[in-house]
Ligand binder design. Structure first.
Ligand code: PHE
Length: 379
């Protein structure tokens, strides 16, 4: 492809997608994209949302001519939400399936397992939603399309202090998860720098279901905020158990809270909970509205941020391949690193020197049993 065509390729793809204009059907050997995620097990809600987003992106790409005229195929590996499975999945996708790039994981802990495999192979890995800073620090083959936790933690602490007027925060940390430990650290730093106090720091292990001992200790500190940098299952259970124990602190969390099951698990006990996330399906942006409509038509519900971020991850790889004019790993990695202002569902993606994206954070409040978009914070 000549340079002008290459520069225009993403625009053409987007236009074809936007107008529904027929594109030449892709032909030849498929371009394989490796996808590894928690399709089953504890975090299956994440895997389901991400897979739906990835499949929509692949279908849109194929309807718009594929990648460099070739059909796109998603090769899916399920790590069953278990530790130790993601490196194996990455190896298999690279050596056996011959994928050109990896998309995954959501949980930072599992992306951190697969990233060294991708890095050693020199093959690009794009994570839709792992926010721990160590993830992209693994090397120049690892990219993320979302914000990172130094930003997310600061946003949450500032919102708690300024907008919610909270002054005494207790932390409940999954000491086995880099995401949880890292996000708690940033939150605590920002919150204390603003003048707040961290009155307790309690620990649990991912998969725990009973937080009563930790919550009882927290109750004694008269905390007005309970920051839980964990996932939706723990959030729902901790909310219920807090209420049972008469703990009245406002529950705060990060992007790990966002799942359709959050309210199912926590119910009315979640009322007033505040968390940050990457995207709101209420966005009026035209690309987002088209995505929400397509997702609704297929699945009968609105997409969570993770679905939108995974859609964008797949499109970002396709865009880089079009700019590079090849799916060869070194060229693809260089093109990904040069991503500037890529228009996606979750906003424009520009990757910085650390291969991280700068994106707005959305603040969500649970009100009347619904997760309501409350505010947006710029980086
Ligand atoms: N950011 C979380 C992590 O790094 C994962 C996550 C992202 C979970 C988005 C839910 C939604 O571990």
């Amino acid at each position: 492809m000549d340079l002008r065509l290459r520069l225009l390729a993403p625009v053409i793809t987007l236009l074809a997608f936007a107008s529904g204009a027929p594109a030449a059907a892709p032909t030849g050997d498929p371009v394989k994209l490796g996808f590894f995620m928690s399709i089953t097990g504890r975090d299956a809600s994440f895997g389901e949302a991400a897979l739906r987003g990835a499949r929509l992106a692949v279908d849109d790409l194929n309807a718009a001519g594929g990648i460099l005229g070739r059909p796109v195929e998603l090769v899916v590996e399920d790590n069953r939400s278990l530790p130790g499975e993601s490196a194996t999945a990455a190896k298999k996708l690279i050596t056996r399936n011959k994928v050109v790039a990896l998309i995954g994981e959501c949980a930072s802990s599992r992306t951190l397992e697969a990233a060294p495999v991708a890095q050693a192979a020199g093959l690009p890995l794009v994570t839709p939603a792992s926010t721990n800073p160590k993830v992209t620090a693994v090397g120049d083959c690892i990219f993320r399309v979302c914000f990172a936790d130094p930003f997310q933690g600061a946003v949450l602490a500032t919102y708690a202090w300024k907008n919610l007027g909270l002054r005494r925060a207790a932390l409940l940390i999954d000491s086995t998860a880099p995401y949880s430990v890292g996000l708690a650290e940033v939150f605590a730093q920002t919150f204390t720098a603003l003048g707040g106090a961290i009155v307790a720091s309690q620990k649990y292990s991912g998969g725990d279901k009973d937080f009563r001992a930790q919550l009882t200790a927290i109750r004694a500190t008269r905390a007005d905020a309970l920051f839980l940098p964990g996932y939706y299952v723990e959030a729902g259970l901790a909310a219920q158990q807090s209420r049972e124990l008469g703990l009245r602190a406002t529950l705060l969390g990060g992007d790990g809270f966002e799942a359709p099951q959050l309210i199912e698990i926590g119910g009315a006990a979640l009322e007033g909970t505040v968390y940050s996330t990457h995207y709101s399906a209420e966005s009026q942006d035209p690309a987002s509205r088209r995505f929400v409509a397509a997702y609704q038509a297929r699945h009968g519900s609105a997409p969570v941020g993770l679905a939108a971020l995974t859609y964008d991850s797949v499109q970002l790889v396709a865009d880089a391949a079009h700019r590079a004019g090849t799916t060869e790993r070194v060229a693809l990695k260089k093109a990904l690193a040069a991503t500037r202002d890529f228009p996606g569902i979750t906003g424009r993606t520009t990757l910085n020197d650390q291969r991280d994206a700068l994106k707005d954070a959305a603040i969500i409040t649970v009100r009347g049993g619904r997760c309501v978009f409350t505010d947006s914070v710029r980086p």
